[in-house]
Ligand binder design. Structure first.
Ligand code: GLA
Length: 390
């Protein structure tokens, strides 16, 4: 943070008080592609994230700088000109959030300048973009004393991503980042936004993220197609059933009514959404009972359903999950949108080192790529940093 402050001063000059902020990345433990289907998710905030140093200006200018994209220099715009611009690249995320605050809450009296630094591996599906959105939300909320409720900032960030940037994501990432709590995962019902925290108390196990290092582009991936297929399934089921989302269905209800869906592929997509939602609820129960083994088995089933029914895994994620299964992981599954990105693994503590070595070797043999591994440390949600933290 000291360094980021220096970067800020170097880029924007001395003059006025600086405030420091942080928003994490996230990893989802189970409940994949359920958020936009009105189902449950179970993500947690990571201890890596996006740091921001910010200050109000005396005019209407808005300036951004990121040490991660230093080659792009300062990106400058104006409070009255906050529209999506291709050339503004990463800065469209903070622009979208500020535009959303002005549209839904209040016109800001002054512009601002923000310097960012992020240590979330980029393009790995650990939500670096939602992290930038949330950190921007709390910057503006704090600097201008807006008192916007945290869940409103979460919704606004998702909206910025959907409408300003044009990525049709659900609410999971922004929620996990905005509402995360150290050492806890969040069971979120994405329909009602009711949520509960579950303490992740692993006595003899570790959570490990494995990065395929195959970059995934959410916007140009099959993500939107999956959403449309689920919407089709819902519409067809609604001809006879009184439901608002696939998340409303029990497994029995789905099995009794799946004949209403006219297309086999669409049926598979809906089957994943319904089973994954129920699996998530069940998995959290198991974890609360201290039944880590059962939780792990449900993680494995989640991956298989994402592979076979939802078809969002691909060669790299499958290779990484299969290597983990064969190397004694208690559970392993892809996490996030899929099509590349990361797996999340539950591993016996004493075998962490050999796990990383052996899974890494197998993955390279299988794909020619090198995986990265990170032991998960569950951190806090987005926050203003005090002098002590800095
Ligand atoms: C991405 C989206 C989330 C969610 C996941 C899949 O991370 O941003 O909203 O849909 O994919 O679970």
């Amino acid at each position: 943070m000291k360094k980021l402050k220096d970067v800020f001063l170097e880029q924007f000059g001395q003059d006025g008080d600086l405030t420091h902020f942080y928003a994490p990345g996230r990893v989802n433990l189970i409940g994949e592609h359920t958020d936009y289907n009105g189902g449950h998710v179970f993500p947690c905030a990571l201890s890596v994230g996006t740091y921001a140093v910010a200050r109000k200006r005396k005019d209407q200018k808005v300036k951004f700088y990121s040490t991660n994209f230093s080659e792009l220099g300062i990106i400058e715009t104006n409070l009255k000109e906050l529209k999506y611009e291709e050339k503004h690249n990463w800065a469209n995320y903070p622009k979208g959030v500020i535009a959303g605050i002005q549209e839904n809450f209040v016109d800001l009296p002054y512009g601002l300048e923000i310097a960012f630094y992020g240590n979330i591996p980029n393009g790995a599906g650990l939500s670096s973009s939602a992290s930038i959105e949330l950190v921007t939300g709390i910057v503006v909320n704090e600097l201008f004393d807006l008192n916007i409720d945290r869940i409103e900032l979460v919704k606004l960030s998702q909206k910025a991503e959907n409408e300003f940037v044009g990525v049709n994501c659900g609410i999971m990432d922004q929620f996990a980042i905005g509402m995360g709590k150290k050492d806890h995962a969040i069971l979120l019902d994405c329909d009602s936004l009711n949520y509960t925290y579950t303490l992740i108390k692993l006595e003899k196990e570790k959570l490990i993220i494995a990065n395929t290092n195959k970059r995934r582009g959410l916007a140009d991936s099959k993500y939107n197609e999956r959403r449309q297929q689920c919407e089709q399934a819902l519409r067809e089921l609604q001809h006879e059933l009184n439901i608002v989302s696939l998340g409303d269905l029990s497994i029995d209800e789905f099995e009794q009514n799946k004949h209403l869906i006219s297309d086999d592929i669409v049926t598979k997509r809906a089957r994943h959404a319904v089973y994954e939602n129920q699996r998530t609820i069940q998995a959290v129960e198991k974890l609360k009972q201290g039944n880590v083994e059962e939780f792990g088995k449900l993680m494995n089933e989640s991956h298989k359903s994402l592979r076979d029914d939802y078809e969002v895994t691909g060669k790299e994620l499958d290779a990484l999950a299969e290597a983990a299964w064969s190397e004694g992981a208690i559970g392993a599954r892809m996490t996030g949108a899929g099509f590349g990105g990361c797996t999340i693994n539950l591993v016996h503590e004493e075998s962490v080192e050999s796990f990383i070595a052996d899974v890494g070797r197998k993955y390279t043999e299988e794909t020619g790529l090198t995986a990265d591994f990170y032991v998960v440390d569950i951190g806090d949600g987005a926050k203003v940093l005090s002098e002590v933290d800095v």
